[in-house]
Design a protein around this ligand. Structure first.
Ligand SMILES: *[C@@H]1O[C@H](CO)[C@@H](O)[C@H](O)[C@H]1NC(C)=O
Ligand SMILES: *[C@@H]1O[C@H](CO)[C@@H](O)[C@H](O)[C@H]1NC(C)=O
Length: 213
């Protein structure tokens, strides 16, 4: 009987202690709820588990914190969710070649450890969030093959670790920043954006000059 009481109290403690809450699982489950998943690739995403580390397409570190989400070519449609910004140790967000629509949440700019943001070949609209310039670990940013609009945020040029940038095949407009980390990217990174005016001419044409709507 004492044993049963002990277990019961441990169980209550588990429910109440904030340290045991499945915060990262809840964040990922918000994504599951926001997408259509015809192939049931998210079937193992059970929010009642202690953490999401046993879920398919999710990788954790030794502290059971999420470091990778690998859902490329998974036939997902629907939207990205701001909750993804809560995955503080996330390094790889791989959601390329799906049918995801809507905007890129500004909250992704909170992912301080993100190395790779691969959203290419989806159906994303709206602007590239300037908050992505806070991703100081970012090395790979591939947004090509969507329907993104607006200017390329000048703040992105401060991403000192950025090795690959692909913003081609979108509907971006304005001029292309050329300073900072952008000095190493060629026009291939920006091709097939019919309204993009080409590299900015420093000293002559201001970055934000000209129409862009
Ligand atoms: C892209 O989104 C639009 C609506 O914004 C929709 O009409 C279209 O079917 C979508 N395309 C794909 C390939 O999912
Ligand atoms: C980047 O992060 C800082 C502090 O976390 C915040 O004040 C700033 O607004 C962020 N920048 C953008 C462009 O969101």
């Amino acid at each position: 009987m004492a044993m049963v009481w002990l277990l019961f109290h441990l169980f209550l403690l588990h429910l109440l202690a904030p340290g045991n809450a499945n915060l990262e699982g809840d964040a990922l489950y918000a994504l599951r709820r926001a997408v259509k998943d015809p192939d049931n690739v998210l079937q193992s995403w059970d929010p009642t588990l202690v953490d999401p580390c046993t879920w398919f397409h999710v990788t954790c570190d030794a502290d059971n914190r999420v470091t990778r989400v690998d859902l490329g070519s998974a036939k997902l449609s629907g939207n990205l969710v701001p909750e993804l910004g809560k995955l503080q140790r996330l390094q790889y967000l791989e959601l390329y070649m799906n049918k995801l629509g809507g905007r890129i949440p500004a909250e992704l700019g909170r992912l301080k450890n993100l190395v790779s943001l691969d959203l290419y070949h989806n159906n994303l609209t709206g602007p590239i969030p300037p908050s992505l310039s806070n991703l100081s670990s970012l090395r790979f940013l591939r947004l090509n093959g969507n329907r993104l609009t607006g200017r390329i945020p000048r703040q992105l040029t401060k991403l000192g670790n950025l090795k690959i940038l692909d913003a081609s095949n979108n509907d971006l407009c304005g001029t292309i920043p050329t300073t900072g980390s952008f000095s190493k990217f060629t026009e291939d990174s920006f091709m097939n954006n019919p309204r993009l005016e080409g590299p900015e001419l420093m000293g002559f044409v201001r970055y934000d000059a000209g129409s862009c709507y």
